[in-house]
Design a protein around this ligand. Structure first.
Ligand code: G4P
Length: 528
């Protein structure tokens, strides 16, 4: 069957890392191997440069770039690869969390000198919660860094992973000689020439002969033999099912900048990384090979042109075949929608296509219909799960600074929230609006976009909120719940979906409230 063939040749994944570990560089090298780009430097980094004059002007610039790099699709050895971009900047962590709901596996990039960093820890935690298969790539081996075994220990401890190296470095930094590929049983010699597409690969079937000594010198050969013996003794052998179920993580070493160790990573990736996986909906698990199309929106990108307020909704195809001009049910609104120009994404360009398969990302033009998390089907009433809101870190009142433009302001706020830029809470007591964000940068973004895209002006006012907790009473009618609503009325708000939220002003008051009202549950995410 055609659909099974198409499903099995798809690999949709994300590359996650702390900023500066080398995600952009690695992405670029992968695209080079796939023939999707011809030269290095073609993929613009979408990170926020520390040198930028103003962070938020930089964000505006980045928004333009990130449409192009949101999904990078290319073919390598007849495998259709889709790389989904995940912002490394912590203020956009929620964007990354949402994108992780659409990937079937991830590659984690770690800087050999810096080891496991904060953002990596957070992102890997989310991957582990979902049992997403992970491959680790230790980058910048051409620089002095941590000892390989020490780093593997750190990865196990800080990230809670069970690793097994599938390649092993021969020296590092100044003394970096190459990599022994445990997976393919050969040696790659490092020449330090980034322009070379394929490195010098030497087959070494037997490490006990003098062959390896001639290649890398007797001392290095001896050390390598000892280290590989240790690897074999300490780490489990690779088991594909353990990897696919998220219980074992293979590790590769290399230098993305020098295009070294990247081909090994890619070749192993296409042979072990899973094709699209089944996904849980609120009614049942949906398998990719099912006849009927289903998919969900995991990202919405506003158009850069303020005169056209159209947006691009990114839909991951979960099952069946998506077809152009076929009516699909938008489950939340119970409306049938047809799409005459669905986009497929290739490296740096998008194109209108007639059909898409599970694992693919379809870009749909949207004039305000979609929200993040929306499901499309061929008629079945179901909703995909797993795109929760997390409690924001920052909270501010938003006020209208131009009374003539209140309609525009409300429309703007509503649409920006649908895009997932921030979260809106409306106080029960007086209907005042509060914007909650992950990073302080978003306030500037919102203000700027409201003005430039909607012609509205806003100002902010500080409010003392520590955390937003979604409230779940055991019994809505209970004395206890009524008392809670009365006593805490000042701190209660509705989120955009109408769910009740408690805005605790401190950790202490949250604890006291939890103690006082034991039959009420306080959740830190909107999905429970
Ligand atoms: P990111 O997307 O994860 O934020 O990282 P990015 O690829 O932009 O890489 C961050 C910096 O690390 C870049 O240098 C890049 O050239 C460098 N880099 C990436 N891989 C390697 C490697 O294997 N070895 C070495 N030595 N450096 C590497 P930069 O100076 O910040 O930027 P640029 O001016 O080179 O673009």
């Amino acid at each position: 069957m055609k659909i099974n063939k198409e499903i099995n040749r798809r690999r949709t994944f994300g590359i996650v890392s702390h900023p500066d570990a080398g995600k952009t560089t690695l992405t670029e090298k992968l695209l080079l191997f796939g023939g999707a780009i011809q030269e290095a430097g073609a993929v613009k980094s979408n990170k926020i440069k520390k040198t930028a004059t103003s962070d938020f002007m930089e964000i505006e610039r980045q928004r333009g770039i990130s449409v192009a790099t949101s999904v990078l699709g290319f073919e390598y050895k007849n495998i259709k690869i889709n790389i989904l971009d995940t912002p490394g900047h912590k203020d956009f962590a929620e964007d990354t969390f949402r994108t992780l709901t659409a990937v079937d596996s991830v590659i984690v990039v770690i800087d050999v000198a810096k080891g496991v960093e904060e953002q990596t820890e957070k992102l890997v935690k989310v991957c582990r919660m979902r049992n997403i298969p992970i491959i680790v790539f230790i980058n910048k081996m051409d620089r002095e860094g941590k000892d390989a075994f020490e780093l593997l220990d750190e990865i196990e401890q800080k990230l809670g992973l069970h690793v097994t190296p599938l390649s092993f470095p021969i020296g590092m930094g100044y003394d970096f000689k190459g990599i022994y590929n445990i997976w393919e049983k050969n040696v790659n010699l490092f020449t330090g020439d980034p322009k070379k597409d394929i490195e010098e690969t030497v087959k070494v079937s037997d490490l006990s002969t003098g062959e390896i000594d001639e290649l890398i010198g007797t001392d290095s050969a001896e050390t390598l033999r000892e280290e590989l013996e240790l690897v074999e003794g300490v780490y489990p052998s690779f088991d594909i099912n353990a990897y696919k179920s998220g219980h074992l993580q293979p590790v590769f070493f290399g230098s993305a900048l020098n295009n070294f160790g990247v081909r090994e990573l890619l070749d192993c990736f296409i042979s072990i990384a899973p094709p699209p996986r089944p996904k849980q909906s609120d009614v049942r698990e949906i398998k990719p090979e099912e006849d009927k199309f289903t998919g969900f929106v995991f990202k919405i990108h506003a158009n850069m042109d303020p005169r056209h307020r159209d947006r691009l909704a990114f839909v991951k195809v979960v099952s069946g075949k998506f077809e152009r001009n076929k009516p699909y049910l938008h489950v939340r609104s119970n409306k049938n929608l047809k799409f005459s120009s669905p986009n497929a994404f290739f490296a740096e360009r998008k194109e209108i296509v007639d059909e898409m398969f599970p694992g693919d990302i379809v870009g749909l033009h949207d004039t305000g219909t979609f929200k993040i998390g929306d499901t499309l089907t061929e008629g079945e009433i179901l909703q995909y799960k797993g795109i929760p809101n997390f409690s924001p870190e920052h909270f501010r009142y938003i006020n209208n600074a131009d009374p003539m433009k209140s309609k525009q302001l409300n429309k703007g706020i509503e649409q920006l929230m649908d895009e997932g830029v921030a979260q809106l809470f409306t106080l029960e007591l007086n209907n005042r609006k509060i914007i909650g964000t992950v990073g302080a940068l978003q306030y500037e973004v919102i203000q700027y976009r409201l003005e430039h895209e909607y012609g509205a002006k806003c100002s902010y006012e500080n409010i003392n909120v520590h955390k937003a907790c979604w409230v779940q009473p055991e019994d809505e009618k209970s004395e206890e719940f009524q008392d809670f609503k009365r006593v805490k009325s000042k701190f209660l708000a509705k989120d955009k979906a109408g769910q009740l939220v408690f805005l605790a002003d401190s950790e202490f008051s949250l604890q006291m409230t939890q103690q006082k009202y034991p039959s009420i549950q306080f959740h830190f995410t909107s999905e429970f």
